[in-house]
Each structure stands twice: as C-alpha cells, then as structure tokens.
Write a protein that binds this ligand. Structure first.
Ligand code: AMP
Length: 126
C-alpha cells in the first residue's frame, strides 16, 4: 500500500511550529490541540508526530512505541476534558476521518475527541 504524505498540510506545519495551536497535551509521539472550529464544547484533535496520513497507514507503518503513545494520548485527552465515563462523567466520541468517503480535510492522521454535550446518533443513513 502506498501512502503519499503532504509535508505542507496544516498539521505538519503545526508540528514544525510554523503556525500556533491551542495545545492540550504533548507526549513523545503525539500532540493534542483544540480544534479551530469546535463542533462540541470540548473538541480536541490528537495527532501523531510522525508523517502518517490515516489510521490504517499508522497501523501499518508506525512503531509499537508510537502506537502505544498515541493510543494512550487519546485516552488521556478524554480524561483531561473530564468526559471519561469511568470517572462518572457523561462520555465522549472518537472520530478519525480517512480519504474521500471519510471526508478527511487534513491529510495527517488525527482523532477527534468530541465531548461536552449529548452527541446524538453516530451517523445518518447515506
Ligand atoms: P477532518 O475533516 O477530519 O480532516 O478534520 C479536520 C479538522 O481540522 C477540522 O475539524 C478543522 O476545524 C480542524 N482544523 C483545521 N485547521 C486547524 C488548525 N489550524 N488548528 C486546529 N484545528 C484545525
């Protein structure tokens, strides 16, 4: 499988420090920051620092250390926005859009952590 990574995508530029972000968490292999156009009261994006386009790209090519760090960063963000049901909170939703049908706007893997209000049904029939 060939994955073409665009070094000029906006999240690559955030990782290089060329444009600012509202940082929530940084780990060895991941960065989390608030979405610039939040769809929910808490809307945080978690991205790996490596050059990965989609979840399947990341799963195929990332090291075990990157995968573990990224997965834990997503879980940590859910706790940081005070949404984790294990803490008696109201929960959250994770979304990772990929490709054209997934309506992925930024071609650098990101997981949306959405929380802060009831989110409704997952998806409408197409
Ligand atoms: P997606 O459609 O899954 O690719 O989502 C891309 C997300 O990135 C959207 O929710 C945008 O609002 C968000 N976004 C785009 N540019 C920025 C930025 N500079 N800082 C934070 N979030 C951004």
């Amino acid at each position: 499988m060939a994955y073409a990574y665009d070094n000029e995508n906006i999240f690559a530029r955030i990782l290089r420090g060329e444009i600012p972000c509202d940082k929530v968490l940084e780990t060895d292999h991941a960065l989390a920051f608030r979405d610039i156009a939040p769809k929910t009261p808490d809307h945080v994006l978690v991205i790996p620092k490596g050059a990965y386009v989609t979840w399947d790209h990341f799963a195929a090519k990332a090291s075990d250390a990157e995968v573990a760090d990224f997965v834990r960063a997503v879980g940590k963000v859910a706790q940081m926005v005070d949404a984790a049901p294990g803490d008696g909170k109201n929960g959250y939703r994770l979304i990772s859009n990929a490709g054209t049908d997934g309506v992925q706007e930024v071609p650098h893997l990101h997981v949306h952590v959405l929380a802060g209000r009831p989110l409704g049904w997952m998806i409408r029939p197409g």
